[in-house]
Design a protein around this ligand. Structure first.
Ligand SMILES: *Cc1c(COP(=O)(O)O)cnc(C)c1O
Ligand SMILES: *[C@@H]1O[C@H](CO)[C@@H](O)[C@H](O)[C@H]1NC(C)=O
Length: 389
């Protein structure tokens, strides 16, 4: 094959990855701008942004999908192992070296947090510092450099303010914020990348699962495991998600909303769903699997445990056999994206178990209290909410 053909082929490789589109141009390996913050006023609107887009969004049917907002935040690591101050840029494609650590060896971490708008127009974040600390723990596990807690939280605030017009009105939804840390430097052999990029983008979202009014139906998976002891299941590594898509696709094809995974050693202890933690209630006791490196320690999970204590319930974090789940009174999942989501049924070995989803159930009390704290109706005793202004 002639050389010039090969080169022009290399010039246009488009790859869709994790909802972002990367364009590789071998001649322009440098990624993302200078060290200076660009004042918002000097930034041009993203090319595809139309003047009246605010009015055009159907706030009642947001769902959980990518919507191109105006700005994203980007900061690169520096040679001394810290991160540059970073800057807002118009939301859009980024350039990566084809040998970037994230593309070749999956050296990447995600986070997920939300901004809420109240009736009075004020904007709040929920526990952004917890997301930041979780990213630091993940970065340590994946041998990555990570921005400091202050840099992380400040980047989230900047991203929220720059995309203010995309935050759904109170009660209609939230602005989902996706921090992304990636090995952006080039490596050929398996090794940590020499450079890291921290990126934050945000999208308005409604309900994660399409049928939000109905309860979740979970399929208990016996063949595919989400995480193994000693693996990376306890951190929000991007490597944890593609391997479960087959099980999710299979379950969704059979009409289930999501998959519930079992431990990989005994195949009988419940762990969690694809992107949410699981709880069960029996009598007045609330139980959830104890995280031991294979379960992602959710911020929502921690919050619900504290709320359950506040409301006078006993909470147990321990190993839970699938048989125990079958005998539970109520089951629910928790996560930033899903909130506190009631489970209506689980299906195990071709047996479907239904749970009560009537009014006045304990799950509803826990969910209401969480939402009331987020909306400022109930006092936030633990400094979970952070105003953005
Ligand atoms: C993000 C995530 C959760 C939920 O964590 P939150 O901090 O509550 O959003 C649970 N399990 C997995 C696998 C996740 O990726
Ligand atoms: C917790 O980890 C240990 C090994 O560290 C493992 O043997 C055990 O099965 C794990 N527990 C669960 C519920 O998976």
């Amino acid at each position: 094959m002639c050389m010039s053909k090969l080169n022009s082929f290399h010039n246009i490789i488009l790859l869709s990855y994790n909802f972002l589109f990367f364009i590789f141009l071998p001649s322009t390996l440098q990624l993302m701008g200078s060290n200076n913050i660009t004042p918002l006023s000097t930034l041009q609107p993203a090319p595809t942004t139309r003047e009246n887009e605010y009015e055009e969004i159907d706030w009642d049917n947001l769902g959980f999908k990518v919507t191109q907002t105006d700005y994203m935040f980007i900061a690169k690591s520096t040679l001394d192992g810290n991160f540059e101050q970073g800057q807002l840029k118009p939301f859009g494609n980024i350039q990566l070296n084809p040998s970037a650590g994230i593309l070749n060896y999956g050296q990447g971490l995600i986070e997920g947090t939300k901004a809420y708008k109240r009736e009075d127009g004020r904007i709040f974040l929920f526990r952004p510092h917890d997301s930041s600390i979780r990213m630091q723990i993940g970065a340590e596990r994946m041998c990555m450099l990570c921005p400091s807690v202050d840099q992380f939280v400040d980047a989230i605030k900047q991203t929220v303010l720059a995309n203010k017009r995309w935050i759904p009105p109170a009660g209609k939804g939230t602005l989902y914020i996706r921090p992304l840390l990636m090995g952006s430097g080039a490596v050929l052999g398996v090794a940590p990348a020499p450079e890291y990029t921290f990126l934050v983008y945000a999208c308005p979202v409604g309900n994660y699962f399409k049928d939000a009014t109905g309860a979740l139906s979970l399929y208990i998976e016996e063949e595919v495991h989400r995480a193994a002891c000693g693996g990376a299941g306890g951190v929000k590594s991007i490597t944890n998600y593609a391997p479960v898509m087959k099980a999710m696709k299979n379950a969704k094809g059979k009409g289930f909303t999501d998959v519930l995974y079992l431990d990989s050693v005994n195949n009988k202890y419940i762990e969690e769903a694809s992107c949410s933690n699981i709880f069960l209630i029996k009598g007045k006791v609330i139980s959830t699997p104890k995280a031991n490196g294979t379960i992602l320690e959710g911020v929502t999970k921690k919050s619900v445990i504290d709320i359950a204590h506040d409301l006078g319930y006993q909470v147990e974090e321990r190993s839970i056999e699938v048989e125990e789940l079958i005998r539970a009174d109520e089951v629910f999942c928790t996560g930033t994206a899903v909130g506190v989501a009631l489970v209506g049924s689980v299906t195990y070995k071709a047996r479907r178990i239904e749970y009560k989803i009537s009014e006045g159930i304990i799950t509803q009390q826990l969910n209401s209290r969480l939402v009331e704290i987020q909306r400022g109706i109930v006092e936030d005793k633990r400094n979970w909410i952070v105003e953005v202004k």
